[in-house]
Design a protein around this ligand. Structure first.
Ligand code: FPP
Length: 230
């Protein structure tokens, strides 16, 4: 069982369009699915689940879609907070979250604080997140701290300055919606992750599909640059 699963939740727009619905309805269905999948992952014993909810590039979408997503996110966090607390789920975020609108930021801050002592699964939402931005932000903070220190920068130096240094590397990255791309997600952390792509759109991805992805993962041989084990 992977300890940490990362997911690119793609296909909300296509799911909605194929049903003659506005794209925002696809995101609404996607948000519901997020709760279902987090529950299933917790029951299966996964300890960390990290979800790509909004990328640094998503700011380029039509303003109406961005506004709908930010509203949905605030609603989702407010509505689900009692459930997060009751189910012992800890909420974290990664990304340039200062760029989010104040009501969304405040709802997130409240939920992060209220769940900070929970000991079950850690659900991390990547928001206004980009993998390159994360590395650039890490280097910026590192340099600010090193003033005049010219020793080589180590991998560990970078890791300690990522948005959440306590987040372990994901062993499995799932992408729904069929595209074989990383789309600037967790570039540092996914170095050795197994990648699993399914054509299923995110609003249709549930416990059954999660189990299939984990089964496929458990059949893979992970070598980390070494030779096959005898
Ligand atoms: C990709 O689908 C999905 C997103 C850009 C947003 C993900 C958001 C959610 C799952 C729900 C809202 C999040 C929270 C945390 C409440 P797409 O729009 O790119 O789909 P397409 O590729 O079919 O157009």
């Amino acid at each position: 069982m992977p300890q940490h699963i990362a997911i690119i939740m793609d296909g909300n727009g296509r799911w909605a369009t194929e049903r003659g619905l506005p794209r925002s309805e696809g995101h609404r269905a996607g948000a519901r699915q997020l709760a279902t999948v987090a529950d299933a992952a917790a029951r299966l014993g996964v300890q960390y689940l990290t979800l790509y909810a909004f990328s640094t590039e998503n700011w380029r979408r039509p303003i109406a879609e961005v506004t709908a997503l930010m509203g949905l996110l605030r609603e989702f966090v407010d509505e689900r907070l009692p459930e997060l607390v009751e189910r012992n789920i800890r909420l974290w975020t990664i990304g340039r979250t200062d760029d989010l609108p104040a009501p969304t930021r405040n709802a997130l801050r409240k939920a992060i604080e209220a769940t900070s002592h929970n000991t079950g699964i850690t659900v991390t939402l990547a928001l206004s997140y980009g993998g390159r931005a994360e590395i650039a932000d890490a280097v910026t903070r590192l340099l600010a701290e090193r003033a005049g220190d010219t020793r080589p920068v180590t991998e560990d130096d970078i890791r300690r300055h990522l948005y959440h240094p306590d987040l372990p590397d994901p062993e499995l990255m799932i992408r729904t919606g069929g595209e074989h791309r990383l789309s600037n997600f967790l570039l540092w952390q996914l170095s050795y992750a197994e990648l699993y792509v399914t054509p299923v759109y995110w609003p249709d991805f549930g416990e059954q599909q999660l189990r299939e992805a984990i089964d496929a993962f458990s059949r893979r041989e992970r070598r980390f640059g070494n030779v096959p084990a005898k």
